[in-house]
Every structure is written in structure tokens, then in C-alpha cells.
Design a binder for this molecule. Structure first.
Ligand code: AMP
Length: 280
């Protein structure tokens, strides 16, 4: 496994792989790696000749500078974790390397996908995500790139990004990897206090119960019920939405024609956590 810091070094490796007509699987991450990330890497290794993992805490996708500053950075541990994962190239660029002309994002129109849920509560977030992913896909030129359903809205937006810009990469979704108590794995879990870590599995518990409740109740009733459930926890609900999996538009009436999914964002103390579950 090699660790590369410069775009030009990565491009040289990629040129060699392409000239050998071999395939590349790519896993973009922000580091502080956990078993969820490794699941993406293992999938990439199984289905491609070469695997590239990037570790880059992308400043343009943070709408909160404190969150950016406090985002966990564990580069040495990350490299150790990747050693036997099937990853061959770890790309750890500096901010200058990715944003030579300054830290600004492009503006994108994903037909409204970017304005729902996370887009509403984190203004500019998806412009930042799409800017960095587009840049990374152009550098790495993967045949397949792996994204977790943990960030379902992000996954949908990246699927639109490759269509819109005709990028020759297939986007492969990977199911959410959870801790034994159900909490969705996340780099941010490292920052939870022990009190909040104990409380956080309530998120998926309530999502699972809401899915059952929804079978016999309306969307509005289910939403009210979820709000009430979170009131009896120490978690602060930011939003709960039942949305169409394709358009991400909130569902107001049940329909058997479209697949729906429950989406939630909460504050566990200072730490913001998201999760989602198929409601179909
Ligand atoms: P991040 O480092 O948080 O930007 O995540 C990098 C990639 O790993 C994204 O595609 C995430 O959706 C994915 N990912 C993070 N956590 C999980 C998880 N618990 N299960 C599945 N995929 C995940």
C-alpha cells in the first residue's frame, strides 16, 4: 500500500493502471475510519483490480467552522487500518492540493435533491460535497465508487452528479453498518460523551418503531409520534422526515408506488448525528 499526498503522484499511478486496462474501485472518506468505511473498501477490493481510498476533511462542506475544527483526525490509525483491507493507494491531499485557487465550491442544481433535509439544515453542504467528489472522481477516474447509505441524501446526489456530468463511474451504494447496539457507525461517534453514547441507540430504535407505527397511521401521525418519542430521550431532534427515496421529497400521503424512507437528524449533546431506514 502506498500513501500519496499529491494529485500528480495519484495521476501517475492511475495512468499506469489504465494502460494495463485494469479496473479501479474508489472509496472517498474524511478519515477517522471505522468498520463502516472498511465495508466499502472490502466491497471495492472484491470487485476491482485496484482500490484507492481518499482521506480528506473537505472544508467546503462544513457549514459550521467549529464542526470542521473538531472533526476527528486520526491519520496514522487510518493508515494502519487500511493496511490489510485491500486498499492499494491511500490519497491524503492537503487543502491546497484540492483547492489550488482557494476554498470555494461550485454551485450545483440537482433538481431539488439538494434542498431537502440536510440541504435545509446545512446550507451549502451539498455544493461542497459535490465539488470535492467531482474533483476526486476526475483525479482517480474510478470504474466504480462506493458510497454508504448512512448518508443517503449524499448518495442520491452523487448518483445525479455522475449522470449530469457524464462521469464514467458507476456509483455503488453500501448498506448502513451499525454497532452491535444498532447505532449507525460514524466518525462523529468518537466525540460522543459516555452519557450520549449510551443514549444514541435510541435513534435507530425510534426509527424502527416508527416504521411499525407508520403501517397503521398517517404520515402526519407518525411524524408527531416520533417527535414525542424523542422528547423522552436526552437527544434533541432536528428533523424527522418520511421522504420518497428517489426524489427525497417529503411524503404527505402514503403510496405503494414509490419507495419511502425515514430520515432523522438529532443532536446528542454537541454532536449532530443522522440515520435513516427504509419505510417500504
Ligand atoms: P465519511 O468519512 O463520513 O465522509 O464517510 C465516507 C463514506 O463512508 C461515505 O460514503 C459514507 O456514507 C460511508 N459511511 C460512513 N459511515 C458508514 C456506515 N456506518 N455504514 C455505511 N457506510 C458508511
Amino acid at each position: 500500500m502506498v500513501v500519496l499526498k499529491n494529485v500528480s503522484e495519484v495521476e501517475n499511478f492511475i495512468a499506469q493502471i489504465k494502460s494495463d486496462e485494469e479496473t479501479i474501485g474508489f472509496v472517498p472518506t474524511m478519515g477517522a475510519l471505522h468498520s463502516g468505511h472498511l465495508q466499502l473498501v472490502q466491497n471495492a477490493a472484491k470487485n476491482n483490480d485496484h482500490v484507492v481510498v481518499s482521506i480528506f476533511v473537505n472544508p467546503t462542506q462544513f457549514n459550521n467552522s467549529e464542526d470542521l475544527q473538531n472533526y476527528p483526525r486520526t491519520e496514522d490509525e487510518d493508515i494502519k487500518l487500511l493496511e490489510n483491507s485491500g486498499c492499494e493507494i491511500v490519497f491524503i491531499p492537503s487543502v491546497k492540493e484540492i483547492y489550488p485557487d482557494g476554498e470555494t465550491s461550485e454551485h450545483f442544481d440537482f433538481g431539488g435533491l439538494e434542498n431537502q433535509m440536510e440541504g435545509k439544515f446545512r446550507p451549502g453542504h451539498f455544493d461542497g460535497v459535490a465539488t470535492v467528489v467531482k474533483r476526486l472522481l476526475e483525479i482517480v477516474q474510478p470504474d466504480q465508487a462506493y458510497f454508504g447509505e448512512k448518508d443517503f441524501q449524499q448518495l442520491r446526489i452523487i448518483q445525479e452528479l455522475v449522470i449530469q456530468f457524464k462521469l464514467p463511474t458507476k456509483i455503488i451504494p453500501i448498506s448502513i453498518i451499525r454497532e452491535p447496539d444498532g447505532l449507525a457507525m460514524s466518525s462523529r461517534n468518537k466525540r460522543l460523551t459516555s452519557e450520549m453514547r449510551a443514549e444514541a441507540p435510541q435513534i435507530v430504535k425510534i426509527l424502527n418503531e416508527a416504521k411499525l407505527f407508520y403501517k397503521n397511521h398517517t404520515v402526519a401521525e407518525t411524524k408527531d409520534w416520533v417527535v414525542e418519542q424523542f422528547k423522552s430521550t436526552k437527544l434533541n431532534l432536528e428533523y424527522f422526515e418520511i421522504a420518497d427515496e428517489k426524489t427525497l421529497e417529503p411524503i404527505s400521503e402514503k403510496s405503494t408506488k414509490t419507495a419511502s424512507r425515514g430520515f432523522v437528524a438529532v443532536f446528542a449533546g454537541q454532536i449532530r448525528l443522522i440515520d435513516n431506514l427504509s419505510f417500504s
